[in-house]
Every structure is written in C-alpha cells, then in structure tokens.
Write a protein that binds this ligand. Structure first.
Ligand code: ATP
Ligand code: MG
Length: 465
C-alpha cells in the first residue's frame, strides 16, 4: 500500500529532513510509531527518522542538530521549528541487563534496523515516495488489530523486559489483541520484569490507566500476572487484579487521570496511607500523588461517618451532613467531588453503608433539607436517606453546593484578628479555633461575618476550646 502522510507542518518538516539526507547520498525513512499511527488514522505526535547516514554525517548535513544519543546513533535534527530523532540503521546485541543492548552496530540495510524493533506494527518504514517497507507484515497486523513481536517473542522479551509492558500498553491503547506466540512468550518471560526500573513500569502503566481502553489493559495485566513480578512494590497478584475488575468496570468513563488512579487503588483495597506510599514508590509526581490520596482520604472520612451514624438515628442526617462538611473542609472540594464521582460509577455492591440496591426503590424520594445558613435543621427526623448509599451520594453533592464557604481563606476572620480580639498570644490555639469557626460557618451554624465570628470566638474562648 502506498502511504499518504497527512500534510501537517511536522510532516513537511520531516520530509525536508529526509530530502536533505537523500540528496546527500544516504537512505532515509519515516519509521515506527508515526507510520503505525498514521496508518491507523490516529494523531501523530512525533516523527522518527531512520537513515543509513552515520551520526557524524547527519550532523554535517544539518545546520541545527543536537547529539542526543550518539552511542546509539541518534541525533536530534531541528528543522522548521520541529525536532526529529534521526537514528542510524543499527542492530543490537548483548542485553545482559534485560533492558539495554551492550553493543549497537551500525548497518547498511534498513531491514536489519527494522528487525531489532519490538512489534511488527512498529517495524514499518516509509520514504518520501510513499512506499512502505514492511518486511514483518506490520500492515497486515494493523488490519488484524494484533500485537506481534518481530521474530521470536521469548527472545525479544528476554532481551528487553520492558517490551512486555509495551505489548500490553499497545494492546490496551489501540484496543488490539496479542498474538498467541507473543502472549506465550510474555508468560514465559514475565519474571524478567524485575529488571526494569520503576519509572519505566510506571510510565507504561500510566499510559494504560490513562488511555482510551484502561479496562482492557488492566484485564490483560490481571491475566498475565505481570505486575507482581515488577521491581517496584506492586503488591497485587493477578487474582487481586481480577477481583478488582468488577469495581473498575467503568474506569474508562472517568475523564480525570487522578480519579482513575484513585478508583484503581480503591478497587485494590488500598488505604489512603498505603496508596500514598505506593504512589511515592512508583515515582509519581507529588501533585498526582496528593490528588489521588486526598480522594481516598475523603472516602475514609465518609465511610467512617456512615459507620458512626446508624441508620434511622434521630438527627442522623444532620450528623452525617456535618461529618461530610468536615471532610470537604479537610481534604478540599475537588477531592470530595472526586470521591462522589467514583461513588457514582462504582457498582452498588461496592458502595459504603451497604443495603441492597433494591431498597432504594422502596425508599420514598428524599428531599435534602434546605437548611438555613444560620440555623441548620438540627432536628431532622430519622431520614430514609440514611439507609441507602446512592441517596447519600445525591445528598452529599447538595451539601457541597449549599456550603457558604469551603476553605479557611474565605473565612471572614484571620488568625491575627482572633489573637487581637481575644488579647492572647498566637499559638496552636489559633488554628484550632479558626477550624472550629470554619466548620460552624460552613455548616450554616454561623454567618461568615467578622463581628459574629469574633463573638463566637470569645464564647468559645470562655469555654476553653
Ligand atoms: P509512542 O511514541 O506512542 O510510545 P512509539 O512506537 O513511537 O510509540 P517510541 O518509544 O517512541 O514508541 O519508540 C519509537 C520506535 O522505536 C518504536 O516504534 C519501535 O520501532 C522502536 N522501539 C521503541 N522501544 C523499543 C524497545 N523497547 N524495543 C524495540 N524497539 C523499540
Ligand atoms: Mg514515539
């Protein structure tokens, strides 16, 4: 088949690089992921070029280049505002560490270069004329929607154990199946994953979990039991992951990567503390880690609240509302809403405070008391919503929207004002009192008004908070 590159600015710039190389008597082709994605009609984010020119020759041809990986034959050429990795045809051997080749040898036949690549769909190249060079049937495998190793799968996974995770990642992201021999090779070599650095495992996992078909990748990981064999503390066996699958069935519906991780960790029964340690060990960024962990902390606070308030207890709804507001204040609105988004897609069996979903049908429709900002509905009678998790979810959503303020920065008094009004030296009591005032104002017990808050502070001070 002739390959027609979509005429993007990047493609035109890459074509110029290929043109220059061929004008100087070398061979040069687009190769790998860009051909695969273009043939699939997927967006192409970067374009790699493979060439018969050795790095010194590449550097001599282009005005602007960076020797990014000379030992492996890679020069980044800057052309028309784009950067392209231009790599000399090479073969690899050695792989003593099951990750990186000990030797690379530059070769003159592009087919030799394609042979060292991981999967048939990644081992296609194409020149300016548009003819594909596809010695391993990559185009056919794209049509069959199958991931297949170039050559002997066991050998290829033994050379570089990361390829096993790449295999699952491509199958997951592209929604492809894995060829029988490739899968068998993966099962035989899965223990070698222990040689792969945590960051690399994490990067592939991120692409699986955050990609378009996370469920597919997670199911494959469960089946091959690969993760438990990794170097990082991935404490789950395939059985754990299979058990978690019921809870992550709708993971693909979540837009937010942070929520997908929170759902997965929830499904794998991790406490917020355990999740924090795991995400740290996997070298996640602090922002992602905190975002995920806060959602799980909300879960813990909410579950504790549901357990503390027995169904049917007089005033139970209001108690629950106050506990929920305390959680929102402690962990933030975003995390609280995040947890509610997870609740909304978890199967009913996984909801906290379980009663059978059938009960909800019999429950009368619940109206959440529209509490006054000053005097909340403290005497709410035993409410039917206490018996059903899904109705809780609805209530919790409304409770957030009814909060007059959601963070300390919105409170109408500052710590200094408190210290001055009470004529006391600032100390740990300030934080405690601010939080108590925040809880009262956010729950609607008190207007968020400086004078009223200071009055309440004095009253609290009298009671030795
Ligand atoms: P994406 O960029 O979407 O991850 P890609 O296929 O472009 O996909 P890269 O990691 O950018 O992946 O690698 C570019 C090409 O290099 C691949 O298409 C493949 O031909 C080859 N390649 C990358 N990693 C390996 C590996 N571990 N073993 C063998 N070949 C590899
Ligand atoms: Mg790429």
């Amino acid at each position: 088949m002739e390959w027609k590159m979509a005429p993007s600015a990047m493609a035109i710039a890459a074509k110029n690089v290929i043109f220059e190389l061929t004008q100087n008597g070398h061979e040069a082709f687009w190769v790998g992921g860009c051909i695969r994605d273009e043939l699939l009609g997927r967006p192409v984010h970067d374009m790699d070029i493979t060439t018969s020119a050795v790095p010194e020759e590449v550097i001599a041809i282009f005005a602007r280049s960076v020797p990014t990986g000379l030992a492996h034959g890679t020069v980044t050429v800057l052309q028309d505002g784009h950067g392209f990795e231009v790599t000399t045809y090479r073969t690899e051997s050695g792989y003593v560490d099951h990750r990186r080749p000990d030797h690379v040898v530059f070769v003159s036949d592009v087919k030799e270069d394609l042979r060292r690549r991981d999967f048939t769909i990644n081992a296609i190249c194409c020149g300016r004329g548009g003819d594909l060079i596809d010695p391993f049937g990559g185009e056919k495998d794209l049509a069959l929607r199958v991931i297949r190793c170039v050559g002997d799968a066991e050998e290829r996974f033994d050379e570089d154990a990361l390829r096993m995770l790449r295999c699952v990642r491509f199958a997951s992201v592209l929604d492809f199946s894995i060829a029988k021999n490739t899968w068998r090779g993966l099962l035989r070599k899965r223990d070698k994953l222990a040689h792969i650095a945590v960051e690399r495992v994490r990067a592939e996992l991120e692409r699986i979990v955050e990609g378009p078909h996370p469920r597919r990748g997670l199911a494959m990981l469960a089946r091959c039991d690969l993760l438990a064999r990794g170097k990082a503390p991935f404490p789950w066996t395939g059985t754990d992951m299979a058990a978690a699958a019921a809870f992550t069935a709708a993971i693909g519906e979540l837009e937010s990567a942070r929520l997908r991780w929170a759902l997965l960790l929830h499904a794998l029964k991790q406490s917020a503390q355990e999740a924090d340690e795991l995400l740290r060990a996997w070298t996640f960024s602090g922002t992602t880690r905190t975002g995920v962990v806060q959602v799980l902390r909300v879960r813990e606070a909410w579950t504790a609240a549901l357990e503390a308030v027995p169904p049917g207890e007089p005033g139970g709804t209001d108690l629950l509302r106050r506990r929920w507001i305390a959680a929102v204040l402690s962990f933030g609105v975003e995390a609280a809403e995040g947890w509610l988004s997870l609740l909304a897609i978890l199967p009913a069996a996984a909801l906290p405070a379980a009663t059978s979903p059938a009960d909800s049908k019999d429950s009368p429709a619940v109206s959440i008391p529209a509490f006054s900002k000053i005097s909340p509905a403290v005497n709410t009678p035993a409410a039917p919503e206490l018996v059903n998790g899904l109705i809780h979810l609805q209530a919790a959503r409304e409770w957030i929207t009814q909060m007059p303020l959601t963070s300390l920065s919105e409170l109408a008094v500052t710590g200094n004002e408190l210290a001055e009004a009470l004529d006391k030296r600032p100390g740990p009591w300030v934080g405690k009192m601010l939080n108590a005032l925040l809880q009262a104002a956010a729950s609607g017990d008190l207007l968020n008004d400086k004078q009223l808050l200071l009055l309440e502070a004095k009253r609290m001070d009298g009671h030795e908070l």
